[in-house]
Design a protein around this ligand. Structure first.
Ligand code: PLP
Length: 212
């Protein structure tokens, strides 16, 4: 059999299996103060630094989750609630801008927010190659950026591999002062990802706004 569906699941490299197997043998809760716990904590934090470096990020910026669906829920719902404010600072921002053709992890999350939190999900069309139409995004942001809670999109499509113009989108959202969430699950390991470089590029275009 020739296995070709790496977008859905890539077979693990033998060295990754070896590293995981070795890590599973380390006993100890990283929150414990005894030596076994501290050994587990060291392994966890060293791994966090090494993985963050592959993303152009600092270890402190990396939050591990159990899977991709959990990460998408954390990011999209977290951004949604943080953008609504609370108490006397409550600012309703009902719109979530989402390209067509997103992964179900995102589709289900924004549908949940529509059903339970009153979000208005605005689907953005794709061009003939499956890329987000930047002109439509720009027009939606220009129409009323203050009503947009967030923009969320795939970096690379997990089924057909289309790569989205993430830097251009990040520039547009930063200029509009709207946070952007990018699901890079299918891009990580296939494309160079440097979140600090992306932030520098968007900072420059936003004239100092840092809201991604
Ligand atoms: C682009 C993308 N987002 C989200 C997910 C969901 O990840 P998980 O299956 O780990 O929950 C996947 C899974 O393949 C994916 O390819």
């Amino acid at each position: 059999m020739v296995y070709l569906d790496h977008a859905a699941t890539t077979p693990m490299r033998p060295e990754a299996i070896d590293a995981l197997t070795a890590a599973l043998a380390v006993v100890g809760n990283p929150s414990s103060i005894h030596s076994a716990g501290q050994q587990a904590k060291r392994l966890l934090e060293e791994s966090r630094e090494r993985i963050a470096a592959t993303l152009g990020a600092d270890g402190i910026e990396l939050v591990f989750t159990g899977n991709g669906t959990e990460a998408v829920n954390l990011a999209v719902k977290g951004l949604w609630w943080s953008r609504q404010g609370s108490g006397s600072d409550a600012v309703p921002r009902p719109r979530i801008l989402v390209p067509a053709g997103e992964h179900h992890a995102t589709v289900d999350t924004v549908e949940w927010l529509a059903l339970h939190e009153g979000a208005t999900v605005v689907e953005l069309p794709l061009d003939e190659l499956g890329r987000l139409r930047l002109d439509v995004l720009e027009a939606e942001l220009a129409r009323d950026a203050a009503s947009v809670a967030l923009v969320t999109m795939l970096w690379a499509n997990n089924e057909v591999g289309t790569i989205q113009p993430v830097e251009e989108v990040a520039r547009l959202t930063a200029r509009a002062g709207v946070p952007l969430h990018v699901d890079a699950i299918a891009a990580y390991g296939q494309l160079p990802i440097d979140v600090h470089a992306l932030r520098r590029a968007t900072d420059a275009s936003a004239g100092g706004i840092r809201d991604c």
